[in-house]
Design a binder for this molecule. Structure first.
Ligand code: WQD
Length: 344
C-alpha cells in the first residue's frame, strides 16, 4: 500500500511542487493549508500535472483541535513535510508575534501529535538564513549559526532547536532538516509556480513581473558590494530540484537508511550567481531586455552566500541539476501563464 505523507503548506510555492514529486513517486499525499498565502486553485494545477487529486483540508497548523481532528479523520500517516509557515522577512519585523505564533506553535502542535498518531518522520523546511553573513563561502552544515537578523530567521533557528531537543529527549520520531538557499522557477508545465501576493519581495518574481509590464522597473539593491560586479551573490536553486530533495529525504527516513535520528542538509547548487548575472541570463533566455535601475542597498541583505551541497550530494545522493537557463525559462513561462489566465 502506498505510504501516506502529509504536506503542510501544500498549496504554497515549494509545497505544491513537492506534492507533485511525491505523487509521481507513488506516495499518497494529503495537504493541509490555511490558504493565508496561497490559493485553492493550486490543487487543480497539481491534479492537471499528475492526474491525481490530493486530499485537501483547510486546516491551520496552529489550531491544535483542528490538527487532531485531521489526524483522526486520516489515520495511518507515515510522514510529514512541514512547509506551512509565514515567510516574509520584512513582515516579520513589523509583526513579530504573528511570526512567532505561526511558525513556533505550528511546529509544537505537529511534534506533539506525531507520537500520538504514530507518525514516524518529519522533513522540515529551514533556510540558509540561519547562517547569517557567512565568514566564508561555500558554506557547509557545520558553519556557525549566527544571531538571526529578523524574527522570521529567528523562528527557523528556534524551530531547528525545538526539533533537536525533542529528538534528544527520546521522542519516537526521525527528522531531516533541509536548509534551502534561494528557490526559484516553476514546474516546467507552468501549471504551478510562485504566486506572490502584492509587490514581490524576492528577486525572480520581481524580474518576471517587470518583464511582463506589471512593474515599471526592477530596483537592483546596491552595486557597491565587495563582489566581482558589486551586486549580491546567491545560490539560486530550481524549485523542482529542491522538491526532489524532499522526496529523497522522506524515503531516507521511512526506509530507515540512517542511524541518525536527526540530520541537516544544505540544499543549493554550490554555485554563487550575482544579481546582475541572473538578470543577464534572464535577458538571454527571454530575448527581452530588462528595465532595471541600481538603487541603494536593502537593509539586512547578506552580501554573498552560496552552499556547499556536498553532504546532500553524497549522503542523500541528490544533486541540483537544472541549468539556470532552464529555471529562468520556467519562471517566465509561469508568468506568461498567469497573464493568459488573467490572474496578473
Ligand atoms: C536576492 C537578491 C536582493 C529583490 C532569501 C529568501 C527569503 C528569506 C531569506 C528564506 C538580494 C536582490 C531582490 C529586488 C534586488 N528566507 N533583490 N531587487 O534576500 O536572499 O532572501 O533568504 O528562508 O525569503 O528568499 O532573496 O530574492 O529577496 O533577494 O536587487 O527587487 O536580490 O538585494 O541581493 P534573499 P531575495
Amino acid at each position: 500500500m502506498a505510504k501516506k505523507i502529509l504536506v503542510t503548506g501544500g498549496t504554497g510555492y515549494i509545497g505544491s511542487h513537492t506534492v507533485v514529486v511525491l505523487q509521481e513517486a507513488g506516495y499518497e499525499v494529503l495537504i493541509i493549508d490555511n490558504l493565508s498565502n496561497s490559493s485553492i486553485d493550486v490543487i487543480e494545477g497539481i491534479t492537471r500535472i499528475t492526474g491525481i487529486r490530493p486530499v485537501f483540508e483547510k486546516v491551520d497548523c496552529t489550531d491544535m483541535d483542528g490538527m487532531r481532528a485531521f489526524f483522526e479523520k486520516y489515520p495511518g500517516i507515515d510522514g510529514i513535510i512541514h512547509f506551512a509557515a509565514s515567510k516574509s522577512v520584512n513582515e516579520s519585523v513589523r509583526k513579530p508575534l504573528l511570526y512567532y505564533r505561526n511558525n513556533i506553535v505550528s511546529l509544537l502542535n505537529i511534534l506533539e501529535l506525531m507520537p500520538e498518531f504514530n507518525v514516524k518522520g518529519l522533513v522540515f523546511s529551514s533556510s540558509c538564513t540561519v547562517y547569517g553573513e557567512p565568514d566564508k563561502n561555500p558554506i557547509d552544515e557545520d558553519a556557525p549559526i549566527k544571531p538571526a537578523t529578523s524574527p522570521y530567521g529567528n523562528t527557523k533557528q528556534i524551530n531547528e532547536e525545538i526539533i533537536r531537543d525533542y529528538i534528544h529527549s527520546g521522542a519516537p520520531i526521525k527528522s531531516i532538516i533541509l536548509r534551502y538557499f534561494n528557490p526559484i522557477g516553476a514546474h516546467p508545465s507552468a501549471e504551478i509556480g510562485e504566486l506572490p501576493i502584492g509587490e514581490p519581495q524576492n528577486l525572480v518574481p520581481y524580474i518576471t513581473q517587470t518583464a511582463i509590464g506589471i512593474r515599471p522597473y526592477l530596483k537592483v539593491f546596491g552595486n557597491d558590494y565587495n563582489t566581482p560586479d558589486g551586486t549580491c551573490i546567491r545560490d539560486f536553486i530550481d524549485v523542482m530540484d529542491l522538491s526532489r530533495a524532499h522526496l529523497v529525504a522522506m524515503d531516507r527516513i521511512l526506509e530507515d537508511k540512517s542511524d541518525e535520528k536527526m540530520e541537516i542538509f544544505n540544499l543549493g547548487t554550490g554555485r554563487g550567481v550575482s544579481v546582475m548575472e541572473l538578470i543577464r541570463v534572464f535577458e538571454k533566455v527571454t530575448g527581452k531586455p530588462l528595465n532595471y535601475q541600481i538603487v541603494g542597498r536593502r537593509e539586512g541583505d547578506i552580501e554573498q552566500i552560496w552552499a556547499n551541497p556536498e553532504k546532500a550530494n553524497k549522503v542523500l545522493g541528490w544533486k541540483a541539476e537544472t541549468p539556470l537557463e532552464e529555471t529562468l525559462t520556467s519562471a517566465w513561462k509561469w508568468q506568461l501563464k498567469l497573464r493568459e489566465r488573467g490572474i496578473m
